[in-house]
Ligand binder design. Structure first.
Ligand code: PXP
Length: 243
């Protein structure tokens, strides 16, 4: 079965925040992504609100017609926000203050009681919970123990190996992913995947079995900026020429 695509629009807000103005509007990007056929929209509400903010998340809840997936740290503050917003799914991720993007998977094994508490809080409001983890058996077991519905496997190591053209490493990462996907499904978990996927490397991940949904952000926003450039310049030239 074809995998679903959830588009992460954080970097539309990154462009907006570069100028602290109103455009580009993440809700408009979400609408266009949905019209193009994606199954859902993902945003990461970071503790420092460096791109997506609370207002964006509330607006998206009212406008996204597919699935809204809220990525967040497993903190009490974030759980409270999610319980007000009621996204379809929360993906719990680790969060460091100085990281450029989510750096690794959540160490569920080491943080089991904190994560299980967050999962319970979210479940009590009917929100599905996914845990962003490395493809390692101990993390899958811990995710099951913490009560998650889904795991999202981190594909960043695969993507890095692909960029380095390290074929042995690519094959190793793909086999680790497939092995842990199968183990997760056997354990009763559903499986998503993402991080670092782009137009060059996505094919091999799309070929893996039993992944429901791919979460892709940076490469889609980057490509949108490039394929939209010609039209944006033509529209501006037309305005200038008409005076
Ligand atoms: N999945 C998770 C859990 C993430 O934190 C991110 C980045 O925000 C993504 C997927 C998307 O990664 P990328 O922007 O590299 O496509």
């Amino acid at each position: 079965m074809a995998k679903k695509l959830c588009v992460n629009i954080d970097h539309i807000a990154t462009i907006r925040e570069a100028r602290k103005v109103r455009e580009p509007e993440p809700v408009a990007a979400a609408l266009l992504a949905e019209l193009a056929g994606c199954s859902g929209i993902t945003v990461h509400l970071r503790q420092d609100r460096r791109h997506i903010n609370d207002g964006d998340v509330h607006l998206l809840r009212h406008t996204v017609t597919g699935s809204l997936n809220l990525e967040m740290a497993p903190s009490a503050e974030m759980v409270q926000i999610a319980k007000q917003v009621l996204p379809n799914m929360v993906t719990l991720v680790p969060e460091g203050p100085n990281e450029l993007t989510t750096e690794g998977g959540l160490n569920v094994e080491a943080r089991i009681s904190e994560i299980a508490t967050a999962v319970q809080g979210l479940h009590s409001s009917g929100i599905l919970v996914s845990l962003f983890i490395e493809p390692k058996m101990e993390q899958v077991k811990a995710a099951r123990k913490a009560g998650a519905n889904y795991v999202e496997f981190h594909t960043g190591h695969y993507a890095d190996a692909f960029e380095r053209r390290d074929e042995n490493e690519v094959e190793l990462e793909l086999s680790k992913l497939q092995e842990q996907i199968s183990f997760a499904v056997k354990s009763g978990l559903k499986v998503n995947a993402g991080h670092g996927l782009n137009y060059r490397n996505v094919k091999r991940i799309a070929e893996l079995s039993d992944i429901e949904e791919l979460n892709i952000g940076h490469s889609i926003v980057a490509r949108a900026a490039l394929v939209g450039m010609g039209r944006a310049v033509k529209e501006m030239l037309k305005l200038i020429a008409s005076h």
